[in-house]
Design a protein around this ligand. Structure first.
Ligand SMILES: Nc1ncnc2c1ncn2[C@@H]1O[C@H](COP(=O)(O)OP(=O)(O)OP(=O)(O)O)[C@@H](O)[C@H]1O
Ligand SMILES: Nc1nc2c(c(=O)[nH]1)N=C(CO)CN2
Ligand SMILES: [Mg+2]
Length: 232
């Protein structure tokens, strides 16, 4: 997605959620400064084993879709969105790429990154403390911002970790993107909410609106991109 097109979505998002653009940009500057000092990866540095991608989100179908993926035994580039990484590790699947704003189960994201997954870290106004805490524990980092990209930072388009992962796949030249565990709707899992006791729970109103945006952004890509999107 062109940055200019994304910025029109972003203006509406700022308005609907009451986010502060300056806070988003402060976080982004912190991430950029960290990456400049410690080294940032570029898109070309990412190893893409196949132009068939699968993006795992943290919705209720995640476990069953993981089993379906394992049974397929097809070479695909695997991206996990944040909390979904935990379910992948439980099934012994190492993602090639993790897309995260650092609020999934961080010990699992750190472990998958240690085992070789590239981590695409997103900066926004609500995650500066998480950036400070976790960036030093990660390696092979690509930085993203939801404002104007600069320095080491990219903006491939997309809002939540799941739909940003889909836009990243498109930017990496995907011909086909399978959506797994991407239910959207009104139910969240313990993978999405690591402090929840039960397996499933109701999405709060903010989460529901985030998932609505995620779904609409993917619909936009399906209409406007040249990639085939396959919904499991
Ligand atoms: N029903 C669902 N519940 C949770 N995540 C879902 C669902 N359907 C799709 N997803 C996708 O899975 C991704 C990973 O979930 P997770 O809750 O860890 O992400 P997140 O973007 O960090 O959300 P949050 O802002 O609420 O922390 C989401 O970003 C979303 O795009
Ligand atoms: N400022 C701000 N930006 C975000 C937020 C958030 O909570 N605050 N959550 C996101 C992932 O769902 C993506 N972007
Ligand atoms: Mg997250």
């Amino acid at each position: 997605m062109e940055v200019q097109v994304w910025l029109r979505w972003y203006t509406r998002i700022l308005d609907d959620f009451g986010f502060d653009r300056r806070a988003d940009e402060e976080s982004a500057s912190y991430l950029d400064a960290f990456l400049r000092e410690h080294g940032c990866l570029r898109v070309d540095d990412i190893d893409v084993p196949s132009s068939d991608f699968i993006v795992f989100g943290a919705g209720p179908s995640l476990r069953s879709h993981l089993k379906r993926f394992r049974a397929l035994d097809e070479p695909m580039t695997v991206i996990s969105a944040d909390g979904a990484t935990t379910a992948l590790l439980e099934e012994d699947v190492l993602p090639d790429i993790i897309v995260t704003d650092l609020d999934g189960k961080m010990e699992d994201i750190i472990e998958a990154n240690r085992q070789g997954a590239v981590v695409v870290v997103h900066a926004h106004g609500n995650n500066l403390p998480a950036l400070r805490r976790y960036l030093p524990l990660l390696q092979n980092i690509i930085g993203t911002t939801q404002s104007i990209p600069h320095g080491c930072l990219h903006n491939f388009g997309g809002f939540t970790d799941g739909d940003r992962a889909v836009f990243l796949a498109a930017a990496l030249g995907a011909g086909r993107i399978v959506l797994a565990g991407m239910d959207f709707g009104e139910v969240v899992t313990r993978y999405s909410r690591p402090d929840m006791d039960s397996e499933l729970g109701p999405a709060d109103p903010v989460k529901r609106l985030k998932l609505e945006y995620a779904s609409r952004l993917i619909d936009w890509l399906e209409r406007n991109g040249d990639v085939r999107i396959e919904r499991w």
